[in-house]
Design a binder for this molecule. Sequence first.
Ligand code: GAL
Length: 669
Amino acid sequence: MTWERINAGGIGYGGDYNPEQWDAATWRQDVDLMRRAGVTFVTVGVFSWSHLEPREGEYEFEWLDEVMDLLGGHGIAVDLATATATPPPWLSRAYPQILPVDVDGRTLWPGSRQAWCPTSPVFREKAVALAGRVAQRYADHPALAMWHVSNEYACHNLPCYCDTCAAAFRVWLARRYPDLDALDHAWGTAFWSQRYGDLEEVLPPRRTTTIANPTHVLDYRRFSSDALLDQFRAETAAVREHSPDVPLTTNFMTMTHFDHLDYHRWAPHVDVVSTDHYVVDTLPHRHAELAFSGDVTRGLAGGGPWMLMEHSTSAVNWQPTNPAKRSGQTLRDSLAHVARGADTVGYFQWRASRAGAEKWHSAMLPHAGADSARFREVCELGAVLGRLRGVAGSRVEAPVAILHDTQARWAAEGPAMPDSALGQVTTGQEIHRALRAMGVSADLLHPDVDLSGYDVLVVPTLYLVTDENARRIGQAARAGAHVLVTFFSGVVDEHDHVRLGGYPGAFADLLGVRVEEFDPLLPGDVVALAGGGSGSAWTEHVTLASEAEAAVLDSYASGRQAGRPAMTRRDLPGGGSAWYCSTLPDEETLRGLLAGVLDAAGVAHAALPDGLEIVRRTDRTTTWTFALNHAPAAVRVPCTGHDLVSGREITEPFDLEAGGVAVLARARA
Ligand code: GAL
């Protein structure tokens, strides 16, 4: 389903709108100011349950009717929420069994938001009823352009460890495993006397004496994600019954610090992939994280455009210290998402709240009002997005796929690992950041999806992989792709059972290497590599299966693994190759390794000046080059075209000011 009404045929612009916090006179000011800013859509009603159903079964829709009419009358499309994200006080008072329970068995009380248990039948019944009522009332409203089911599922209420979840977990397990023996085998319960005699003995992995059973924990994460997906689908069905033709979404959270849900399993159930992203100020490479998250979202959207549902114009309010965005950063951060495939730029929220938990969160319209630099910047962004109209629907073409799997991440982050600090995402992000610095776009893809068509595949610390996916990766290499596998990959199967006979288990034959032992490095420790670089975080005792097959590219020059291979390459008969890297190389060494793989694949790359990010979107006729300068000084941009931000015609390499952004349009040759 398309969503051009949200985007008014171009790049959509808007944000969450919470009219219940304001009087009707303010609503009228709001719509005028929205028009001034170029807003095309707003998300309404996310937290409106207590205003729409103030008492059980009693609905008050009149205020929302007025808001919908007002927005529609001003040409602003509505992404209408089911209002089910947070139950009202009467609901948890009448049905306290809906409250979630933490790992220690403590009930989490109402008083904030999302205080509901993912498997509560009562909550489901009440939420489905409200979603249905809202859908019935507004299905034919002219302002309605999209359905927004709940909000950021799992942001605060996962995992829940209550007895209802325990029972639902057993049902989920009974579906996953044919019998108790299969479950016992999968969980390795022969260890520590954990063998089950009855499914009823199985509990959620509540806090216990010491290390919990890792497969039990992993299955609980899988179950929890699926449980919320069931809730989402129940609410969705209630909406679709009344409104089958209006596109529907729920906002994902693809920021890398959030990993509660396996969105790969969710994405097929939304009409439009949408996500929220907030820059974390304390991250050392925060715009690399933004880029990574954008590429993850594009992967979920099957390579097509997606919606940035929320980000912030300036400060958030949930860090210990919340710096304001620099002048110009609002524009640059938004376009950084557009560069990676977002066709909608949304914020939390339109008007800054006067009261409540988020009154210190920035908004499109700040407390200072319309006469403010921030609002002028918001209006400027609206105008720029208007000029970027043609970008809508275009795609980012990437020659490289980096594999990204939330379940592999969960397993790698499980209890009692060789190193608790390094996982799927950390290594994937390092490689993505290095490629970004080399001007190479990468898609972040789940290993289940079609991997053909990529010149280069990167398998970063994919600790857990199924036999089938490992086979498909090997097949791609044998068919001519160039595959780089990094340390601690292919180690376990889907049950988190170690593949015996040498690591990296599932990839050992493909790579022609055999790892006998892992040897993580203590924080701060570094080992020298014979090629002049260094490795940190992780090393391994690597041996070659046969010297005729794999060649050593670099080896350890110091540390416990001195003299042994650190990086290897094996050329395959079909023209492809399989590379292995057993440590986390320093930036330059990593770029050198990636350059080798890219060269083997014939993929062009060129080191960009520090802080410069370049991404291209294309359609049949046009290429748009997004140049973003994250550095504190001007950088030289080696690109030309008509800059849709400044309006200038750029005919030769130019200097882009600190914090600046340009979008250069050029006809395709
Ligand atoms: C999101 C949420 C919004 C708002 C925002 C603040 O997690 O969906 O409602 O709370 O964060 O950054």
